[in-house]
Design a protein around this ligand. Structure first.
Ligand SMILES: *Cc1c(COP(=O)(O)O)cnc(C)c1O
Length: 482
């Protein structure tokens, strides 16, 4: 009985991307270390039924969280005043940083209009999500078109008396470059504005890499800098923990309290929460704690060194492939690969790589950033043989993509798109636009994604943001005829 059910789950998984082996270069983080996942699974199982909603009923969750936050604060420039919160992931950490900043700004300053967040155009989409959820305005500052770093003076100049928070990335997800955190944090502090460092992807990796004896020169980016008031770091990325694990650090508990929610005005139990969820499983917390204990500081330093070596080798190797170039100067473990040959379309390269068993994540053109492929280098990819194979097959994929040429986009679509008001589209118009884009109303996405991505990239954001939920919404339906 149990076996049958598990077999069915395995069957469902069979069409997914692999989560081990280092060939899926986004979404998954594989330490490649033996026994780590088994330990995490056992730790998660022990805590699966524990409810983190009530820390007085389950004091174990407080002990585990305090341990994890203390370790994170120590790694990332905290001191005895530092406070933190364990969250379900980077998005939740960013959301909480935003709502904390909003509530903090509301008290001392009486402002007209919505509060603002000032951020570089490369900041993670999670901050836009937070602004949408919490009624804040986003002020987007363009980045240097060659380095993809924001200029600290540009960011400072965008601060107004409505600004609640300034955000920088260490590093940015799309290009893996580190913003000038020190200068921005200083400027924010001078204006009395909070500054959040989004180190969701890079914090754990960079924090350990800089401890290595042969560490490369790295800019400071953490809470040790004057003016940095909060920092987010995901454990389920380079901490290689099970998913659902991130830490949000605050300068002090006085700042942190602004983001907490308490409610006693109902007939049920008194509510006090630091995060968005109500009932929450303690499994990710226990899983994360166990993995941090197991890998340990020395283990993480070694994993970071390995990833650094592989990223350097890949950056060099990719730049040497005729038709490809690396965007900006990757300072962490992320590489954005664009084409320098108009006959080589990056999305076609991605399709070709997928056929060869690799997932490189397509990133559509945006502002000065051309269409490119995102590579997250994790320890499993860092095996010498894997790096060699990746470069070899990437070179082959480029040759094939050049022969195939870029996808053809119906020129009618561009002119049609410019005439449409996304807010006023009828259901029929949405359907015909999606078919024009190559998406029919079925269960399956097309095998080759390049044509769809090319269409998507050609549409104005307001239109693609109207169409995407429709396309994805078709996949989720209650009546699935099982
Ligand atoms: C991954 C990431 C996030 C969001 O984290 P999730 O865990 O996916 O919710 C935010 N910022 C950066 C820089 C990231 O890389």
């Amino acid at each position: 009985m149990n076996e049958d059910i598990l077999t069915r789950l395995d069957q469902l998984r069979s069409r997914d991307l692999p989560v081990h082996g280092g060939r899926t270069m986004a979404y998954v983080y594989d330490s490649g270390l033996e026994g780590v996942e088994e330990l995490a699974a056992a730790a998660q199982a022990r805590f699966a039924g524990v409810n983190g909603l009530d820390m007085t009923a389950f004091p174990s969750v407080v002990a585990l969280e305090n341990d994890i936050v203390a370790r994170t604060a120590q790694l990332l420039g905290g001191d005895e005043r530092t406070a933190g919160t364990f969250t379900s992931g980077g998005t939740e950490s960013c959301l909480l940083a935003m709502v904390t900043a909003r509530e903090h700004a509301r008290r001392p300053r009486s402002t007209d209009g919505s509060l603002q967040v000032v951020l570089p155009s490369t900041a993670h989409a999670a901050f836009h999500k937070a602004a949408a959820l919490f009624g804040m305005d986003v002020v987007v500052v363009p980045v240097n078109p060659a380095t993809y770093q924001v200029n600290a003076r540009d960011l400072a100049a965008a601060i107004t008396n409505r600004t609640a928070l300034v955000v920088v990335s260490a590093p940015s997800y799309a290009h893996g470059v580190i913003d000038p955190v020190e200068e921005v944090a200083h400027a924010a502090a001078r204006r009395g504005v909070l500054c959040h460092v989004d180190a969701c992807i890079g914090g754990w990796y960079l924090g350990h890499l800089r401890m290595a004896e042969d560490a490369p020169a790295l800019p400071a980016f953490d809470l040790s800098l004057t003016g940095v008031t909060s920092l987010s770091v995901d454990l389920h990325k380079y901490g290689y923990t099970p998913k659902g694990a991130s830490v949000l650090l605050f300068r002090d508990a006085e700042l942190r309290r602004h983001g907490w929610f308490a409610h006693t005005g109902w007939p049920g139990y008194p509510v006090v929460s630091a995060t968005l969820q109500g009932t929450k499983s303690a499994a990710p917390l226990a899983g994360a704690w166990a993995v941090l204990e197991r890998i340990g500081t020395q283990g993480y330093i070694e994993l970071s060194r390995r990833v650094h070596r592989a990223t350097t080798a890949l950056t060099k190797g990719i730049s040497a492939i005729d038709g490809l170039r690396v965007l900006g100067r990757p300072e962490a473990s992320l590489i954005a690969v664009a084409s320098d040959d108009p006959t080589v379309d990056p999305f076609v390269v991605a399709d070709e790589m997928r056929l060869r068993g690799w997932f490189l994540q397509p990133q559509p053109a945006f502002g000065p950033s051309p269409a490119n492929l995102h590579l997250t280098v994790t320890a499993a990819t860092a095996e010498e043989e894997t790096v060699r194979l990746l470069l070899l097959e990437l070179a082959q994929a480029v040759v094939r993509a050049r022969a195939l040429g870029p996808p053809h986009v119906d020129p009618e679509l561009g002119s049609l798109a410019s005439l449409l008001d996304p807010a006023a589209l009828t259901q029929e118009e949405v359907s015909s636009l999606l078919s024009l884009a190559g998406l029919e109303d079925g269960d399956e996405l097309p095998e080759r994604r390049a044509p769809v991505l090319t269409v998507l990239q050609a549409l104005p954001p307001a239109l693609s943001e109207r169409l995407l939920p429709e396309a994805i919404g078709r996949l989720y339906r209650a009546h699935d005829g099982r």
